[in-house]
Design a protein around this ligand. Sequence first.
Ligand code: ATP
Length: 709
Amino acid sequence: MQRTLSKVILNSGKNNLLRSTGSLLNSSFLKATTNVIGIKQVNNNSVNSIVSFNDLNKRYFTSNPPKVEEEDDEVAPDEAIKVQEKIEESEKVIGLSENLSFQTETQKILQIVAQSLYTEKEVFIRELISNASDAIEKVRHTQLTNASSIEDSSIPFEIKISTDDEKKTLIIQDSGIGMTRDEMIKNLGKIGYSGSGDFIKNLGENPDKASIIGQFGVGFYSCFMVGHTVKIYTKSALPGSKGYLWESHGTGNYSITEAEGVSRGTKIIIHLKPSSFEYSKMTVVENIIKKYSNFVGFPILLNGSTVNTIRPLWTLNKNSITDDEHKEFYQFLSKSYDTPSYKISFSADTPLSIRSLFYIPSQHMEKYGMGKMEPGVSLFSRKVLIQQKAKGILPEWMRFVRGVVDSEDIPLNVSREHLQDNGLIQRLSSVLVKRILRHLKEESTKDPIKFNKFMEEFGGFFKEGVITDFNWKDEIAKLLRFESSYKDSSSTGVVSLDEYVARMKPNQNEIYFLSAPNRSVAESSPYYEPFQLKNIEVIFLFNSVDEFVLSNIGYFGEKRIVSVESKEAEEFLNLNQEKRSETLSEDEINKFLSWVDTTASDKVSQSKTTNRSISSPAIIIDHESASFRRMLKMMEPGKHQDLPKQIVEFNMSHPIILKLIQQIETNPTVAKLVIDQVIDNAFISAGLIEDNRQMVPRINQLLESLLSR
Ligand SMILES: Nc1ncnc2c1ncn2[C@@H]1O[C@H](COP(=O)(O)OP(=O)(O)OP(=O)(O)O)[C@@H](O)[C@H]1O
């Protein structure tokens, strides 16, 4: 029975046969057989009009139906009809079909969308789910504001998706606001943009069509990228609304037919093109839903099971989210197993609509040389994913932040390639960076120990920020932590620049730092000595990059940041120091200095007396930073950098200098050895000597002369 009727229907691809069988189909016989063979729709069409048959014939035989290999069966079916026949649709069309044309501009845009808008075809699912979610949002809102004005108010808010690998169809159904006949014509028949004519003209041959089109609402049309036929059953939520079938091949026309058995909302049936048959497979669709729409706020049921299990936490009231939920969400986002050290939730309505939730991990892998982290923030618009791990939402140095930003001001089709150049994204980014930095600042005062630990782990990113992100360097500087000479039982071991400034001496205008390999070297440095004597705090830097970071900051507020080895430090110390009472006459001093200039001319550019209270005989001032030298060397490993001559200051009260002066004439060989060693020692204190092996023969000579006295 089934086979016989199928044969009749399947052979009915010929127009006249359809006509001749019309009366046969138009009978109670049909009703009796539809359940058996499952071809309700065709039968229903036929029941109601011969015009519909013609329509069907025209639709499926004149607009390039997909080529499908014939089955090796005596009743080899025409796949186009077979697909149509076997669709399980509870709806029945009633009345005549109304044939309508898409607006001219829409036709052109449809063509472009179907051919070139998206490089990834799979996004049509995202677009349709997004529309479904919007439609449910609208009905929910209407119901919340006026419960009586909703048709079928007991239907649950959900999105149902079903795949049929045999029929090569994909159905997406929502229980949303639906559409009236006029709304369908308005919303689906034309592009919702008044200047679309100009738009098409401008589009012309522009190679970047995707980013231009992305500014306009063309989401629905994306289903024609994968479908040769799209049918929509829809019924508006307005009480007393009729149901309709909208149908098109995405070419110039569409039809609208009244239908019964349509439930509130919209049901889209896509008959897939052979090149897109994969979208009739459940696993393929499931992965796409999880990728793009996992956080849509309504349940998405795929073939009966809920797919989106995670609540869109960023849209919820932050007090309603448990720590466990945060942890689960963070782990989902970051694909990790740790607990985030901070969570930052931020929402705003003006000037931009923003719902965001950020997490800061407890550790990162870059420090293990695992390569640069990918950005970790995904961009959503109304809970629909625009781009995963989007570049440009946060600056690159903030790549350790994981999270979600949802802004309904961002169009779904915003060009991903040009996200960073988009003015809206730049504004969004600016607001978000400010909030994250502000939040971290608050955390630093709330729990300084926890914050310092965090900075120990992530400080490198912030330092990168100071160097690479001019816009935020001052704000970032407030979060940096450094070791310093300051000791206090309540101190956390590190200081912020704000804390340093608060402890500055009344006449101190500069922030002083000292680079050294470790604390003990810093504390025994002759450069630190005068500061220690005067009880002036000095920031200790133990990492070559830190000096570079501080020189990039330059000024912290009004306060200049300078090295203790700088001219500025020298001037400050001079101001704060009584002139040393020299034991030598001016003549003796000048004689000594000119002897140094000639004897050590290979290393000394200028010799002077020092006013610093130091216990060393000599010191180098205003020299090239040792850290910079090390960094340059790291950048150009093979290149030898000659050490320039230095300004050396001598402590004319130091016993070595006093005794040396006495021996310049009487014991010139030893005097030369001594002055060379004194100068080298000053170079060592300044961190400028990279290889001290060259000093060994000289030290041996000195020891020998000492022992032979
Ligand atoms: N599932 C649906 N339920 C109700 N109305 C719908 C549905 N899908 C689409 N529409 C209507 O059709 C219009 C056009 O949809 P389309 O996806 O092309 O653009 P859009 O949603 O306005 O913009 P976008 O490009 O951001 O998706 C929608 O604005 C909406 O009014």
